[in-house]
Ligand binder design. Structure first.
Ligand SMILES: [Zn+2]
Length: 185
C-alpha cells in the first residue's frame, strides 16, 4: 500500500507484542504478518521526519482484565515478560515515543489515547492527522482509531497493517469505524 505522509502526520503502532503473535498467550493467527508492513511504514515515517508512537499493553500480574479476576481475557502482556516484549522483528526507531497502557491496577485501557497523555503530545508536535496500525483490529486498534477521531484528528487506519482476533467481527468493525469518520484503507 502506498502511504504518503505529510508533515503534520503521526504514525501510531498499537501493541505489536509477542503475546498477540503466534505462540503468544492471546495469539492472533496472523499477528506477526503485520510486522514487515508496519516496518515499511515506519521507515517511510522516519524518512518523512514524522513522529512515531508505539504502544504496548503493559499489565501488572493478576491484572483486573484477566479471566482469573473475572475479566474478558486470558493472562497476557504481563510487565517485563517475554510476552509483553515487542515482536522481535518490529522496528522501533530511536526517538519513537513509547506508550504503556493497561498498567493501572483498577482499569484496562484499550485505546492509546485513554489517560495516556497522547493528545497533549500530538498537540505539542502540531499533529493534525494520524495513521493507525497494529493489533488487534477489533479491540485496541479500534479503540485508538475511534478516540483519534473523537479528538478531531483526521484518522487513517491501514487494514493491511492490522489483524482481527476474530474475523467474524470484520464487517461490523469496519462499518463502525467508517461511520465514526475513520478512513479505512
Ligand atoms: Zn491487555
Amino acid at each position: 500500500m502506498k502511504v504518503t505522509f505529510e508533515q503534520s502526520d503521526a504514525l501510531i503502532i498499537v501493541d505489536v507484542q509477542n503475546d498477540f503473535c503466534p505462540g503468544g498467550k492471546l495469539a492472533l493467527d496472523e499477528g506477526d504478518e503485520v510486522v514487515p508492513i508496519i516496518n515499511a511504514m515506519t521507515a517511510q515515517a522516519q524518512e518523512a521526519g514524522i513522529p512515531v508512537f508505539v504502544s504496548r499493553d503493559w499489565h501488572p500480574c493478576h491484572h483486573v482484565s484477566f479471566d482469573e479476576r473475572g475479566g474478558p481475557w486470558p493472562e497476557h502482556c504481563v510487565q517485563d515478560t517475554k510476552g509483553a516484549e515487542f515482536h522481535p522483528d518490529l522496528s522501533v526507531p530511536d526517538g519513537a515515543r513509547l506508550i504503556s497502557k493497561g498498567a493501572r491496577f483498577d482499569i484496562d485501557q484499550y485505546s492509546a489515547f485513554d489517560k495516556t497523555g497522547l493528545v497533549s503530545e500530538l498537540v505539542h508536535l502540531d499533529v493534525k492527522r494520524v495513521w493507525v496500525v497494529g493489533l488487534a483490529l477489533e479491540v485496541c486498534v479500534r479503540a485508538t482509531a475511534l478516540d483519534a477521531v473523537k479528538n478531531d484528528y483526521e484518522t487513517i487506519l491501514v487494514e493491511d497493517g492490522t489483524r482481527f482476533i476474530d474475523r467474524a467481527d470484520a464487517d461490523k468493525t469496519r462499518q463502525e469505524l467508517k461511520e465514526a469518520g475513520v478512513t479505512v484503507k
